[in-house]
Design a protein. Structure first.
Length: 387
């Protein structure tokens, strides 16, 4: 069994890489186990919605300047309900922020993070490392992984599971509480007749919420969620039929929809790890909690996990990886994580049905929300920084 003095990070996606960089800035060494080939993530074109607070974390790491030209700012968020005149607007200028958030491709972010990590000798990356088992006791955590047909083991006083929720928590002996929504999310990219003007749209329908996020000079990233029986057939439609159905649900705010790129779907759920007092192993990001994509909270909560964990590692008063040290970390993250889960679940439950009388109440609620400035300010701060 090989031992390492490094922090052992299982998962080389953005959350794992951000943690490695935050630690490197404090001269703390880490070893990152990544299941994909080196650079494979750089080709991923999926869109990420970054909060303003996440952008500031990237600023501090010195990587924002590498991706700024590829990011599209969200200056306004337009929230509406189908069949209702009620709507609300959130504008960055009202909260002294340069933007409410940004849209950036997963690949562009990973390219910048990989380049930044290559500058630190204290970060070691082992690619094509498929973790098979994670064990932990009162002394250390041990990860067994396969690489090019060979089996290896690494042991550390602190292993961090940041694999994005790929079920490794099962091999680590962890348990989670899960709520299946019975909904799918369809993601794609569409082009509209009118300019997006850096406006993001959150549209609630009886079937589920849909979001259009400005992405590039002319396009939008689309996230359309709803019951499986509603979303699944959308994959089989021609582009013209799909755009017609989407326009019927979304409306005319950006004119006609002219084109759509490849469509993909995935199931939606809410899940979180059960409380534990384990030692030497901690779980962050989507591996720790999975949220509905409404309001774009999940990725940003994961980045804040990495930020707070790096602080607890560098400033730990208790032994690294001890039950006390990890309990302190979980206590600091508990409120932000809980609020994110409750907020997204609330939006889905309240805005995704047509119970008699509820649409009218929602309409009034959106209208009132638009004029109650303290509530809007609290929401923007929550979406931007988590607190």
């Amino acid at each position: 069994m090989a031992k390492t003095e490094d922090i052992l990070i299982v998962g080389g996606g953005p959350v794992g890489m951000v943690l490695a960089l935050l630690l490197a800035k404090q001269n703390i060494a880490s070893t990152v186990l990544e299941a994909r080939k080196q650079g494979a993530a750089n080709l991923d074109t999926r869109a990420l919605a970054l909060s303003y607070g996440t952008k500031r974390i990237f600023d501090g790491l010195g990587i924002w300047q590498s991706v700024a030209a590829q990011a599209t700012a969200i200056n306004t968020i337009h929230v509406s309900q189908k069949g209702s005149f009620g709507r609300s607007l959130l504008k960055a200028q009202d909260y002294n922020q340069e933007a409410l958030g940004y849209v950036l491709s997963y690949g562009a972010l990973c390219t910048a993070l990989n380049a930044a990590m290559s500058e630190f000798f204290c970060i070691k990356v082992i690619d094509e490392a498929q973790a098979e088992a994670i064990t932990h006791n009162e002394l250390a955590a041990t990860v067994r992984y396969l690489r090019q047909g060979e089996s290896f083991e690494l042991s550390s006083v602190l292993a961090v599971l940041a694999d994005g929720g790929r079920s490794l928590e099962e091999v680590a002996g962890l348990k989670r509480d899960t709520k299946e929504y019975g909904h799918d999310a369809l993601i794609s990219k569409v082009r509209a007749e009118l300019s997006h003007n850096n406006i993001a749209y959150e549209r609630f329908t009886p079937q589920g919420p849909m979001a259009l996020l400005p992405n590039g000079a002319h396009d939008f990233s689309l996230v359309w969620t709803g019951k499986k029986e509603v979303i699944a057939p959308l994959l089989d439609l021609s582009d013209a039929e799909f755009l017609a159905q989407f326009h019927a649900q979304f409306g005319d705010r950006v004119g006609r929809f002219l084109s759509v790129e490849k469509r993909m779907t995935f199931p939606l759920k809410l899940s979180k790890l059960q409380e534990s007092d384990m030692q030497h192993l901690v779980v962050i990001g989507n591996a720790a909690q999975t949220m509905h994509p409404v309001a774009g909270q999940g990725f940003n909560v994961g980045i804040r996990d990495a930020q707070v964990l790096a602080k607890h590692i560098s400033e730990a008063s208790a032994p690294l990886g001890s039950a006390e040290m990890l309990a302190n970390y979980r206590a600091e993250r508990k409120t932000d994580t809980k609020n994110g889960l409750l907020f997204t679940d609330f939006l889905v439950n309240v805005f995704s049905n047509d119970i008699i009388g509820l649409p009218a109440i929602r309409s009034v609620g959106l209208g009132l929300f638009d004029v109650i400035k303290p509530v809007k300010k609290h929401l923007v701060r929550k979406m931007s920084f988590g607190k």
